[in-house]
Design a protein around this ligand. Structure first.
Ligand code: 9D3
Length: 266
């Protein structure tokens, strides 16, 4: 899968591409990331990519010409080939695991990183095929979002994660379309490693018991509990088993148990 990133900061990406899954996928040829300096698509001596907003106001806006030119140059490389042109912007569709999985079906993606106060709206309207935001917080540009999207998509490509890792995931994954990593749709259960006691805090005994059926049930219950407390939104639409339901009812019952208040002893 090839990613073409259009940015005024191509060097920004060098460190993230040198580690972990991204480094491995690039070395292994499962992914290819090409960085394009937007300034290479300007015509003036100052390599100008931005200008003042019509109508006034603070800040600067990306001019349309260099961005259209950059995308045209990429399209000219593969005549007839059509691929998504994604504008990273706070106004975009929210990036989720389901969207990451959707994107893995593409052979090629163009990612346009905005900066300043935004980009000329004609880029969003007439050039980009999709607009993606990574969440409701303000960043100063699309570079971090582009790196994040590449990381999450590339790790899903066949042959990128070690067999061990993906096989393990599979065994934990109840089928639910579109959720991938969160395919089982729940937050993860807690994990522990040695030592079994650290500063007086013991690892839950069941994990040391060797009883894999008990361990499986404990993990499922902890995952359900954590999800129910922290992200109840994830439980909506999640296929609960009868046993899951009973556990959630138990939790709810504990929650509603009135606190035991010692009597004043009158
Ligand atoms: C100060 C201007 N903002 C008004 C509230 C609008 C704005 C424009 C451009 C805010 C941020 C940016 C730069 N951000 C991105 O390009 C961006 C982004 C983000 O800020 N949050 C989440 N996802 C993304 S994807 C691209």
């Amino acid at each position: 899968m090839t990613f073409d990133v259009i940015t005024i900061f191509p060097d920004f990406f060098s460190s993230v591409l040198e580690y972990g899954v991204l480094k491995r996928a690039l070395a292994g040829g499962q992914a290819n990331i090409r960085l394009h300096d937007l300034r290479d698509f300007t015509d003036d001596r100052h390599r100008t990519v931005d200008d003042r907003p019509f109508g006034g106001g603070p800040g600067m806006v990306f001019k349309p010409e260099p961005v259209f030119k950059a995308v045209a140059a990429l399209q000219a490389e593969s005549p007839g080939g059509r691929f998504p042109v994604i504008l990273l912007s706070p106004q975009g569709r929210l990036f989720t695991q389901a969207l990451a999985e959707e994107l893995t079906s593409q052979e090629r993606l163009v990612l346009i990183c905005g900066r300043y106060e935004g980009v000329d709206e004609r880029i969003a309207e007439h050039l980009a095929t999709d607009e993606i935001s990574i969440g409701d917080y303000v960043l100063s540009g699309g570079e971090l979002p582009a790196a994040l999207i590449m990381e999450s998509v590339i790790r899903l490509l066949p042959g990128v994660l070690g067999n061990e890792e993906s096989a393990w995931q599979e065994s934990f994954a109840a089928p639910q379309a579109g959720l991938g990593e969160l395919r089982h749709g729940l937050l993860d259960c807690p994990h522990y490693t040695r030592p079994p006691e650290f500063r007086g805090w013991r690892v839950p005994e069941v994990l040391l018991s060797g009883n894999h059926q008990e361990i499986g049930r404990w993990r499922r219950q902890r995952a359900l509990e954590k999800t129910w407390r922290r992200r109840p939104d994830l439980l909506a639409g999640f296929p609960l088993s009868e046993e899951d339901r009973r556990w959630l009812v138990t939790l709810q019952g504990e929650e509603r148990q009135p606190a035991v208040i010692p009597s004043s002893g009158e």
